[in-house]
Design a protein around this ligand. Structure first.
Ligand code: HSE
Length: 293
């Protein structure tokens, strides 16, 4: 038996769309038991067993099948797969990336690491459609990803450990596909320049532990302004987070969660964010987390 543990992730961090990502100390765990002399696969999620017609669509299982297919394995061994996840789905916290990465790594472990990490990351990006959740889910920490001529390249950094992450998770489910449909096919030239300047400045500021201008550096002008229509209270949550001491705030991935970086006052920021959602009639859950190293 072995366990694969994959972190939740927050992608974009404002202007770094499909590029920047951060791993959080919130996890999906996949326990795998190989059952000898069997070809039966049993699947348990949060303690409950699921029949094959339901788990067939599960991303963990799809990812495992992808690896077995790449390895030309005709019949997978008998398996008992148990998933326990603390990552809420549909909230912009990388639950699908975590499931895909867990499935790919588990299947590769069963095949005695036949494939390289590069292979696994490239399949994960292919399945997910973008790299900014998958890459930090594999590498941990803060990452910047680049797709170039069919390859995935990334750099990984340690996220400043003095920053706490306040994540407000509203009671709003958003599919990434739906949220991506709100994005423009063409963008204004100066909007592109502004976002590029800010994303670069943000990354450099986090590497140098210089948090003075993070609110400016995280002020995305392209994506969040279009996506916020799906999230009542969005502007109020942002201004309350910054007004109560957060050093930066962003929509987490495609939403609906909002993530704030705090050097201090994280409890105050968390309460202010929750109150701001409540003022728009939205219930939210709060998490105060550290980055996954
Ligand atoms: N970069 C992706 C998006 C992340 O914003 O659509 C989705 O979690």
């Amino acid at each position: 038996m072995f366990t694969v543990k994959v972190p939740a992730t927050s992608a974009n961090l404002g202007p770094g769309f499909d590029t920047l990502g951060l791993a959080l100390q919130l996890y999906l765990e996949l326990k795998v038991t190989i059952i000898p002399q069997s070809t039966r696969i049993r699947f348990f999620v949060d303690g409950e067993e699921y029949p094959e017609e339901i788990f067939g669509d599960n991303l963990v299982y799809q990812a495992m099948k992808k690896v077995f297919a790449e390895a030309a394995v005709v019949e997978a061994p008998g398996l008992e797969l148990t998933i326990n996840s603390s990552i809420p789905p549909g909230k912009g916290l990388g639950s699908s990336a975590a499931a895909i990465v867990a499935g790919l790594y588990a299947a590769n472990e069963i095949l005695e690491k036949r494939f390289t990490q590069e292979d696994l990351i490239s399949w994960a990006v292919e399945m997910e459609g973008h790299a900014d959740n998958v890459v930090p889910a594999v590498a941990g920490g803060l990452t910047t990803a680049m797709l170039y001529r069919g390859n995935v390249y990334y750099q990984q950094f340690t996220f400043p450990p003095e920053l706490k992450l306040v994540v407000a998770v509203p009671d709003i489910q958003i599919s990434t596909d739906e949220s991506r449909q709100l994005l423009p096919k063409k963008i204004d030239f100066m909007d592109m320049v502004n976002n590029l300047q800010r994303a670069s400045y943000l990354l450099a500021s986090l590497i140098k532990h210089d948090f003075r201008y993070l609110p400016a550096a995280m002020d995305d002008v392209i994506f969040q302004p279009r996506r916020k229509q799906l999230i009542p209270g969005f502007d109020r949550v942002f201004s309350q987070a910054l007004g109560n001491g957060a050093v930066g705030v962003a929509l987490s991935g495609s939403g609906s969660s909002i993530i704030a970086f705090c050097q201090q006052e994280e409890k105050r920021v968390a309460e202010a964010m929750q109150d701001a959602f409540a003022a728009s009639g939205i219930q939210s859950q709060l998490m105060i987390l550290a980055a996954d190293p």
